[in-house]
Structures are given as structure tokens and as C-alpha cells.
Design a protein around this ligand. Structure first.
Ligand SMILES: Nc1ncnc2c1ncn2[C@@H]1O[C@H](COP(=O)(O)OP(=O)(O)OP(=O)(O)O)[C@@H](O)[C@H]1O
Ligand SMILES: [Mg+2]
Length: 287
């Protein structure tokens, strides 16, 4: 189910003198199975955009189309949206409120029409995907878990719905390196399984390694958009944009400044490794 955004604008408190035009005239199409990153400085409109994509905010102007249908239309069946689009907010661990982990993970399935056995099987699977032993964890209080465990439970709650489109707002902020790595490996597996992933992040390394396409927002508009590699390549010529280069890209620039010129287009650690091996000899061919 592709998501299309047509001339989308959103203004907070439109009637007030303090109204904020958070998004202005956004056009975007996200095809089935894509992995799209959204970056941009704080306040550029990223969270507003994804809340509009998930139907949690209603556009001030323009439309969001899911599979060609306007999700804000009066006759639109919003249960399709709930089943298709899953959204994980930043710090989802603060949204746990049920008495047991299993109840929390099952929450999004309440009106799904699935019977008890099917719900339990979905909950078990989602918790196992997130690295838990279902039998050990399902009866525990979510409040007794660590921050990182709570976040994994909260994400399991979204996965249990098995949405075709998954939206994450800053999912790796505050995770330790191991937690970040396992979360990104999981996301990559979901993506390989055909799930569309839309990820807001300030972490340029994560975006450069995993996404296929990037959208850079600036003052509520799309400042730059394209294949991930192309967007990173263009960043140095857009120095008004507050978006950083990836670490591998920065290292390549630093080496060039010290006289070691590597080929253009180094964005990921693998790119850097292959270039260095080729330069220093004994290297493998780039893939
Ligand atoms: N509930 C709200 N009421 C009024 N203004 C808001 C509200 N939420 C966001 N804004 C404003 O809308 C603009 C876009 O905010 P948004 O939260 O979408 O930015 P963001 O890109 O997600 O930022 P961050 O990287 O800090 O999460 C900002 O100017 C912000 O102050
Ligand atoms: Mg935000």
C-alpha cells in the first residue's frame, strides 16, 4: 500500500496569533517496501509529518492517500489505517500502562476481531521478535523493566498488529550501542520481509547505513530528497542545511585534507573500508 502526500500543510493553533505553520506544501510518495529516512533540524516538522501519515493529525491543507484513498475523507474506513500503519513514538516506553507485559502488547489488537488464541500467538511472536522469552516475561509488570526493555515491549505492541507500514520517531535515541545495533538489525529484517519503514532520526550513521531514500526537512518544507547516497553526496554543497555528514564521510574528508585522496562517494563504513583497502593494497574489490 503506497502512501502519497499531496501539497500537505499543517498549522498548529490556526486561529491563534501564536499559530505555527509546521509543514508547508509537502509532496511525497513512499512505495511498498521502501526504507525511507527523514532528517532535519529540531522543529523542522518531522514528527508533525509522520503523525499526519499515521492519521493522528488532520491536514490543514492537502491530502494523505493510503493506497490511493484520502485517509481524512468522511467515508474512509479508519480500521484499515489502524491495521496498516504502525507508529512508534520517541520514548515509547512512557506509553506502557497495562498491568502485565502481555496485556500491553495485546492492546492494539483489542478491536481486531482476532480470537484469544490468535491474539496470544501474535503477542508471543512479537515479544520473541523483540528478543524476549515469552514464558518468562508475559506476566510481569511493565513497570518493573529497565528503560531499554520497556522500549522493546512498546515496539512489540506495534509489531503485534503486523502493520505493512512501520513509522519510527527517533527509535535509537538513548539506546546503548548494542541496543542500537540489535534494533537496526531487527528493522532491517522487517524491511527484508517486505515491511515499509519510515524512520525519523538525527543519527546520520544509522540513516546512511540502512535507508534507501532520504527526505531532509527544513522549515516545514522538503529541502533535499533522493537516494540516500545521493543526498549524502550533496550535503557538503548545502552547508546551510544543519544536517551532518556520516562519520565515514567525515573521515574521508579529513583524510583528503591530510593528503590522502579516496574515491568520491564514501558514505558508509563499508565504502570507507573498501576504499582504504584498495588504496593501501591487498584489498578486495568493492561490491
Ligand atoms: N502541539 C504543538 N503545538 C504547537 N506547536 C507545535 C506543536 N507540536 C509542534 N509544534 C511546532 O511545530 C514545529 C514542528 O515541530 P515538530 O515536532 O514536527 O518538529 P521535529 O522536526 O519533530 O523536531 P524534533 O527534532 O525536535 O523532534 C515546531 O516549530 C514546533 O514548535
Ligand atoms: Mg520530533
Amino acid at each position: 500500500m503506497p502512501i502519497e502526500v499531496e501539497n500537505l500543510s499543517y498549522t498548529y493553533m490556526p486561529e491563534s496569533t501564536q499559530s505555527v505553520a509546521a509543514l508547508q506544501g509537502i509532496n511525497l510518495r513512499i512505495a511498498d517496501g521502501e526504507f525511507v529516512g527523514i532528517m532535519g533540524r529540531t522543529g523542522s516538522g518531522k514528527s508533525t509529518l509522520i503523525q499526519l501519515l499515521a492519521g493522528l493529525l488532520t491536514p490543514t491543507r492537502g491530502r494523505v492517500l493510503l493506497d490511493g484513498r484520502d485517509i481524512a475523507a468522511k467515508d474512509y474506513d479508519r480500521s484499515i489505517l489502524r491495521r496498516t500503519v504502525g507508529i512508534v513514538f520517541q520514548y515509547p516506553e512512557y506509553q506502557l500502562f497495562e498491568t502485565t507485559v502481555a496485556k500491553d502488547v495485546a492492546f492494539g489488537l483489542k478491536h481486531s476481531g482476532l480470537n484469544h488464541v490468535e491474539v496470544t500467538s501474535r503477542v508471543r511472536k512479537a515479544l520473541e521478535i523483540m528478543g524476549f522469552d515469552y514464558d518468562k516475561i508475559h506476566n510481569q509488570s511493565p513497570l518493573a523493566l529497565s528503560g531499554g526493555e520497556k522500549r522493546r515491549v512498546a515496539i512489540a505492541g506495534v509489531l503485534a498488529v503486523q502493520p505493512k507500514i512501520l513509522i519510527f520517531d527517533e527509535p535509537v535515541a538513548g539506546l546503548d550501542p548494542q541496543g542500537r545495533y540489535s534494533f537496526m538489525q531487527l528493522t532491517a529484517r522487517l524491511h527484508q520481509g517486505g515491511t515499509t519503514i519510515i524512520m525519523v532520526s538525527h543519527n546520520t550513521d544509522v540513516l546512511s547505513e540502512y535507508t534507501e531514500r532520504l527526505v531532509v526537512l527544513e522549515h516545514g518544507q522538503i529541502a533535499l530528497e533522493g537516494l540516500t547516497k545521493d543526498v549524502f553526496m550533496q550535503l557538503p554543497t548545502h552547508d546551510h542545511l544543519p544536517v551532518a555528514m556520516s562519520t565515514a564521510q567525515e573521515i574521508a574528508y579529513m583524510l583528503a585534507a591530510r593528503g590522502m585522496n579516496l574515491p568520491q562517494g564514501i558514505i558508509t563504513y563499508d565504502d570507507l573500508l573498501f576504499a582504504l583497502k584498495a588504496k593501501l593494497g591487498g584489498g578486495e574489490e568493492a561490491p
